[in-house]
Design a protein around this ligand. Structure first.
Ligand code: PAF
Length: 289
């Protein structure tokens, strides 16, 4: 996919204020056009572009939001060095005929006196929620704001962040947000590594090791689907990640695909989810089971 827009590809219109965003979306709606929103933190890769393409299949107009949300990073995490490439992002989006980019600043999203935090219990509590206690509160708060600000008909989220997708579905249902939340399958590199903006942190040696996470998830899923011993598969999976060169494994789990409650056998659709460290980079991934 070309990142340099051809001459005929118009750069998306960039708006920074909520008022301008709402006016633009209202103008689309007034013409009877449906609007899809793709919330992102920028540093766009083919996984994001697949969300835009999926949005295009659902709506006549595409809004992409680009905002590196400070409230979902703990002070010890990578907020300040998180990859940012606004011009490169616009060029990629131009290639996909994106109509609007909403790029608010921190003061627009969290003005002086901001005092609200959206907490989703249940589905946000285990897995990444247990390891990064600040994370889903920050995501739920910013996504609630973005959905309300945009007023889109449909919003696209990647299955790569499967727990995040379920958290967003829960908050949209609970808070009567009329935007339909749609999950889009994970886009992978040729060797199976899930695309992520944080993959740029990996050294060549770590990148060589990275496919073992997807391979491990698939092995656990195959054993679970065949009715095998899931606990043993998980123990062996953690050992194989360590042997391949991963550092600590935050979790490797078979869960119910809707509630994310851990299970040891599959009576209903399941999901195998994993998070593990390669040096200072934490990789997450998941597969259906
Ligand atoms: O998945 C992401 O990129 C972010 O968590 C999101 C949904 C844009 C909220 O900041």
């Amino acid at each position: 996919m070309s990142v340099v827009p051809a001459r005929s590809e118009a750069m998306p219109r960039v708006v920074h204020s909520v008022v301008t965003l709402r006016k633009a979306v209202a103008a689309f709606h007034a013409k009877g056009e449906r609007v899809a929103v793709v919330p992102t933190m920028g540093a766009l890769h083919d996984g994001h572009l697949a969300l835009v393409e999926a949005g295009r299949r659902e709506a006549e107009r595409i809004v992409v939001t680009i905002f590196v949300n400070p409230s979902q990073f703990a002070p010890s995490e990578d907020f300040s060095r998180y990859p940012r490439d606004f011009d490169g992002d616009l060029a990629k989006l131009a290639g996909l005929r994106t109509d609007l980019v909403f790029a608010p600043d921190v003061g627009t999203m969290y003005p002086k006196g901001f005092a609200t935090r959206v907490t989703v219990s249940g589905v946000s509590e285990g897995l990444c929620g247990a390891m990064r206690p600040h994370f889903f509160g920050g995501v739920a708060t910013v996504v609630t704001k973005l959905l309300n600000q945009c007023g889109a008909d449909v919003a696209m989220f990647g299955e790569k962040d499967y727990q995040q997708l379920l958290v967003v579905k829960r908050l949209a249902a609970d808070l009567d947000i009329p935007t339909r939340i749609t999950g889009v399958p994970t886009v992978r590199e040729a060797d199976g590594v899930a695309m992520s903006s944080r993959n740029v942190y990996l050294t060549p040696e770590q990148r060589r090791v990275a496919p073992e996470l997807f391979a491990t998830l698939n092995r656990v899923a195959a054993i679970a689907c065949a009715g095998g011993n899931v606990a043993t598969a998980i123990t062996e999976g953690i050992a194989s990640l360590g042997k391949a060169g991963f550092g600590p494994v935050d979790y490797l789990a078979l869960c119910d695909a809707e509630s994310l409650v851990p299970v040891v056998r599959l009576d209903r659709p399941g999901r195998v989810l994993g998070a593990a460290w390669l040096g200072g980079t934490r990789l997450i991934d998941n597969v259906p089971a």
